[in-house]
Design a protein around this ligand. Structure first.
Ligand code: NAD
Length: 488
């Protein structure tokens, strides 16, 4: 097995070195700061020892991996490596200088991979004699734990190189996805609305953070809500990624990050690492807004109720009595759906699947009779849900975010960033989404996705919520787009 060089012994380099050593490679770890490289080796050995103590690793596996890992003092010591992975600071000039030095040392067959999160592979390979051997191998933090690796091709990258990197990632126990070198690759591009929509609603006073996070977990099926996740990632890191993608897209309003998040960063409220972000780390979280118990009315509710809806794309059910009806959001507000009709229409926010959800968010027209709202709340509580009454805004909270995520996934596929399957794998493994956003969009129906965006465009910023031509085409055809593409 060929030796692997890792350059940059910070958070990512140390993690990548650990993964490669455990997979059986001799690993040479280099950093311009010797203490960083030695410290990273010590940190890896400590982690291996802990894995043995907790029964996750056999003692001889840890010893073998430790024996294969060493810090080296100069870049020259990387001569003879079959693969070198760069994980130095996110600075194009530094990376270009390093790759030029590596090219002078390593033979033409050595693959040079970069762990960059945001820089263009073409820009990093620019000026090299053999740019075909340069590709992205983008691990996620913590690299020893998270399974996803984005294997990123620049325009000059030799396909045999990305094939080898994907095989290597698999051999290291990771799941590779293929991406073209475009801003944010897959995860950092498609995930943007998860944070941006939540911050937009928080800024507008539509929802408080604890309620939003509870809705995403207990209704949307996400492992973490957007605010608690951004607190964990760090608002500085999250905002820097958002800004870099936004800048790379020429300040397209679709990608615009939140000014509220920028204010948090300016105030040093970076999240858990500073003890304070959206939440104060050591204080109990505020309780989500939950309707107080309402006794159910004893009239019959006709139609399919939410507990009957086991599918992720179930957004066409409706249940009601003579004077009040409940249906999932399609982007239109409860006031629009009620119109001048005889019954009050209450809209439900999207759930991953309504049968399994433990919380439902609902919105009624602003001037709806109190007893109509109570009737819905009592009915849903009777089915065992916690109920959150939300302001009557287009797409409420989860529906508008999932619609945007699905639209971003479709746009990434149309832009040739990755296949729909790889977009979905990346989002499930890279950021733990309960369902890939492309598959989710297809299940909800692309007409539903486009409808929610249209409603947001009419109410808010038409450029931010514009429906791309590819999404519009999906929304207006009934056949799967893949089949249409094959037709003459
Ligand atoms: P870090 O700051 O923890 O570590 C960077 C290391 O590189 C430092 O130890 C520094 O001394 C060293 N270094 C700087 N210039 C060097 C050079 N010319 N030669 C050798 N070593 C040099 O950074 P990190 O968080 O590990 O990120 C490294 C790379 O990985 C960046 O490109 C980043 O965008 C990317 N990345 C980071 C994350 C993350 O969550 N931290 C996730 C995925 C990718």
């Amino acid at each position: 097995m060929h030796p692997v060089g890792v350059v940059g012994a910070g958070t990512m380099g140390a993690g990548i070195a650990q993964v490669a050593a455990l997979a059986g490679h001799e690993v040479r770890l280099h950093d311009t700061r010797d203490d960083a490289a030695n410290g990273a080796v010590d940190a890896v050995l400590h982690r291996l020892a802990r894995a043995v103590d907790t029964g996750r690793l056999l003692a001889d596996e840890a010893e073998d991996a430790a024996a294969r890992l060493r810090a080296v003092r100069t870049v020259d010591d990387l001569a003879g490596c079959g693969l070198v992975i760069e994980a130095v600071v996110e600075d194009l000039a530094v990376k270009q200088a390093l790759f030029a030095a590596l090219e002078a040392i390593c033979g033409p067959d050595t693959i040079l991979a970069t762990n960059t999160s945001s820089l263009s592979i073409d820009a990093i390979a620019d000026g090299l004699r053999h740019p075909g051997r340069v590709a992205g191998m983008h691990f996620f933090n913590p690299a020893p734990v998270l399974p996803l690796v984005e294997v990123v091709s620049g325009t000059s990258t030799d396909p045999a190189v990305t094939d080898l990197l994907a095989e290597t990632a698999t051999a290291w126990g990771k799941t590779p996805v293929r991406a073209a070198s475009t801003p944010g690759f897959i995860v950092n591009r498609v995930a943007r609305p998860f944070y941006a929509e939540a911050f937009r609603m928080l800024s507008a006073g539509t929802v408080d953070a604890a309620t939003a996070d509870a809705m995403f977990r207990e209704s949307g099926g996400f492992r973490m809500g957007p605010f608690e996740l951004a607190d964990l990632i760090g608002h500085d890191v999250n905002l820097a990624v958002g800004r870099s993608v936004w800048t790379a897209f020429g300040h397209d309003p679709r990608f615009e990050p939140s000014t509220l998040q920028a204010q948090l960063v300016a105030a040093g409220r970076l999240g858990r690492k500073t003890g304070r972000g959206i939440y104060v780390t050591d204080e109990p979280r505020p309780e989500p807004s939950t309707a107080a118990p309402v006794p159910p009315r004893d009239d019959a509710w006709a139609g399919d109720g939410p507990r009957d809806q086991t599918a992720a794309g179930a957004v066409h059910w409706q249940v009601g009595t003579a004077d009040v009806r409940l249906r999932p959001s399609d982007g239109r507000t409860a006031a629009q759906l009620t119109g001048g009709g005889p019954a009050t229409v209450v809209v439900a926010d999207l759930a991953l699947d309504y049968a399994g959800a433990t919380r439902i968010g609902v919105a009624a027209p602003e001037h709806a009779p109190r007893e109509h709202v109570d009737a819905v709340v009592g009915y849903l509580q009777g089915l065992g849900y916690a109920v959150t009454v939300l302001p009557d805004t287009p797409g409420l909270l989860v529906a508008r975010t999932v619609a945007m995520l699905a639209a971003f996934a479709a746009d990434a596929v149309d832009a040739g960033v990755a296949s729909a399957a790889d977009v979905d794998i990346a989002m499930r493994l890279g950021v733990n989404y309960p369902l890939g956003p492309y598959a989710w969009g297809a299940e909800l129906g692309w007409d539903w996705v486009a409808g929610v965006l249209d409603a947001l465009a009419a109410d808010d910023d038409p450029r931010r919520y514009r429906v791309s031509p590819g999404l519009r085409a999906r929304a207006t055809v009934t056949e799967p787009v893949d089949e249409l593409e094959g037709e003459p």
